[in-house]
Design a protein around this ligand. Structure first.
Ligand code: SF4
Length: 429
C-alpha cells in the first residue's frame, strides 16, 4: 500500500504524537500509512510556526474535538473570534475551524492561524462563493474560484479543508427523490446543490478531484470530505441521499490515499440514538476506516439552547462505535452565532463526550480509565484538592463547592451523614 503522506514525517514530531496517544511509534506509522489516522499539518505552517501542536485523528487515537469559530455577515468582531479560538483551546479543543463568512475573511483566517498552535481548518467554498458581489454569488462562482480558494487557504497555512466533493449529480438525484423534511442543512452542501442545478454541471470538486488532490499534495493539506447530505432532522437520518454520498466519499478516500493525500470523512448530523451504530459502522467500512469526523450527532431536534448536551449524548455513543473526531456544538446552535461563553460551554461539554468515548475506545480505554480511577480514589479519601484538580473544569467545580461549604470534611449534601465516610469508618473497624 502506498504511503498516504509521501514526504518524510519528522521523527521527533511523530515521537511526540505517539507518546501523547500512548502507543508505539511503529503502530502510529502503520496507521498513518494505511490512512486510518491523519495528522493535519500544512507544510507551510509547519515551517513557519514555532511550538505548533500536532494532533492525530483516527483509529486508536484519543477522540479529538474541533471547535468552529468565525464571523457571519450579521456579526463581525475579529477580537471576539480570536478570543473564541483561545478559549476553545484553553478548554481542550484539539483543532479550530474558521468558518467566517463576514468582514475581511482573509484577515480573520490569518488572525486565527496566529492565535493558536493547534491545527486549523476552513471551508474554502464559503470564500469562493462570497468572492463575487450580487444576489446570485453562489451560483455565479466558477470552478476556478473554487480551486483558487482552496489554494489560497493552503498557501496561508491552513491544515485541513472541508471539501464537499461527495455532493455530485448522482447524490443530487437521490436527494430529489427523497422524502426528507429538511433537504440540505450543510452550508457547503447547499452551495454545491444550488450551483449544480443552476449551471447543469457536475460539482467541480468531484469532476476535477485529481486537480484538488494535486493542490492538497503540494501543501500537504488534509482533505476533510464534507457531509453535504447530512440529515438536519432525526427523521431524515439514514436515507438514500446520505448513504449515496457516503459511497462516493469512500471512493474519494481511495483516490486521496493513492495520491498520498491524507483524508478525513465527515458524518452526520441529526441521528436518533438507535441509528448511530449503523451510521458510524457503515461509514467506517465504506470509507475503508478513514478517520471519521462527526458534526453531532444530535439525537433530538427539540432542545435549542441545550444542543451542546444533545450533541454530546450522540457524540459519546458515536465515539463508542468508532467516531474519532467530534465537532463542538454550542448552546446557540440553531439559534445564533455563538458568544465566547457559548464556545466555552460547548467545548467543555464536547470534551466530556470525547472522554466518555475514550473510556471504551480500543487503544485509549486504559489511559482514560486511569483518570476516572484517580477521581474515585480522591472521592474515597475525601481529598477535595485532588478532586478539584482532576475535574474537567476545575474553576466551575471550585465555584460550586465554595458556594455552600460544609462544616465537615465531607460536602454540604450530606455533611455528617456522608456515606463514604460512614462506611469507611465501619469497614476499617
Ligand atoms: S457528603 Fe454525601 S455527597 Fe458529599 S462526599 Fe459524602 S457521600 Fe458524597
Amino acid at each position: 500500500m502506498s504511503s498516504v503522506r509521501n514526504s518524510k514525517w519528522d521523527k521527533k514530531d511523530l515521537d511526540k504524537v505517539a507518546s501523547a496517544e500512548g502507543l508505539s511509534l511503529a503502530k502510529l506509522k502503520r496507521l498513518l500509512d494505511a490512512g486510518r489516522v491523519a495528522i493535519p499539518n500544512n507544510v507551510i505552517r509547519a515551517e513557519h510556526m514555532d511550538g505548533r501542536v500536532l494532533k492525530a485523528i483516527g483509529e486508536r487515537m484519543s477522540t479529538k474535538v474541533n471547535v468552529n469559530v468565525g464571523t457571519s455577515k450579521d456579526y463581525v468582531n475579529l477580537e471576539e473570534e480570536a478570543e473564541k479560538a483561545r478559549i476553545a483551546v484553553k478548554y481542550g479543543a484539539d483543532t479550530i475551524m474558521d468558518l467566517s463568512t463576514g468582514g475581511d475573511i482573509n484577515e480573520v483566517r490569518s488572525r486565527i492561524l496566529n492565535e493558536v498552535t493547534v491545527p486549523v481548518g476552513t471551508v474554502p467554498i464559503y470564500q469562493a462563493a462570497l468572492g463575487r458581489a450580487g444576489e446570485r454569488a453562489v451560483v455565479d462562482m466558477s470552478s476556478d474560484d473554487m480551486f483558487n480558494a482552496v489554494r489560497a487557504h493552503a498557501k496561508d497555512g491552513i491544515d485541513f479543508v472541508t471539501i464537499h466533493a461527495g455532493v455530485n449529480l448522482n447524490t443530487l438525484e437521490r436527494l430529489k427523490r427523497s422524502t426528507r423534511i429538511l433537504d440540505v442543512v450543510s452550508r457547503g452542501g447547499a452551495f454545491h446543490v444550488a450551483w449544480m442545478i443552476h449551471n447543469g454541471h457536475e460539482n467541480p470538486f468531484y469532476a476535477e478531484y485529481e486537480y484538488l488532490l494535486e493542490i492538497a499534495k503540494e501543501y500537504e493539506l488534509t482533505i476533510s470530505l464534507g457531509d453535504g447530505m447530512r440529515p438536519g432532522a432525526i427523521l431524515d437520518a439514514s436515507d438514500r441521499a446520505k448513504y449515496m454520498e457516503n459511497i462516493v466519499l469512500g471512493e474519494l478516500v481511495t483516490l486521496a490515499r493513492e495520491a498520498g493525500v491524507q483524508a478525513i470523512v465527515e458524518g452526520p448530523g441529526h441521528v436518533p440514538l438507535d441509528e448511530i451504530e449503523a451510521a458510524v459502522k457503515t461509514i467506517k467500512h465504506i470509507t475503508d476506516f478513514a478517520p471519521l469526523y462527526l458534526l453531532g450527532p444530535l439525537v433530538t431536534d427539540i432542545a435549542p439552547g441545550y444542543d451542546h448536551f444533545v450533541s454530546a449524548i450522540g457524540g459519546a455513543v458515536a465515539g463508542m462505535y468508532g467516531a474519532d473526531f467530534l465537532c463542538m456544538v454550542s448552546p446557540s446552535e440553531h439559534l445564533a452565532l455563538p458568544s465566547v461563553e457559548d464556545i466555552k460551554e460547548g467545548t467543555i461539554v464536547t470534551e466530556i463526550a470525547a472522554h466518555v468515548a475514550d473510556l471504551v475506545k480500543v487503544g485509549q480505554n486504559e489511559k482514560a480509565r486511569k483518570k476516572d480511577a484517580d477521581m474515585a480514589q480522591a472521592r474515597k479519601k475525601l481529598d477535595w484538592k485532588k478532586q478539584l484538580e482532576l475535574a474537567i473544569n476545575p474553576e466551575e467545580a471550585r465555584r460550586i463547592r465554595d458556594r455552600r461549604p460544609s462544616e465537615t470534611d465531607a460536602c454540604s449534601i450530606c455533611g455528617d451523614l456522608c456515606a463514604i465516610k460512614l462506611v469507611k469508618e465501619f469497614l476499617e473497624r
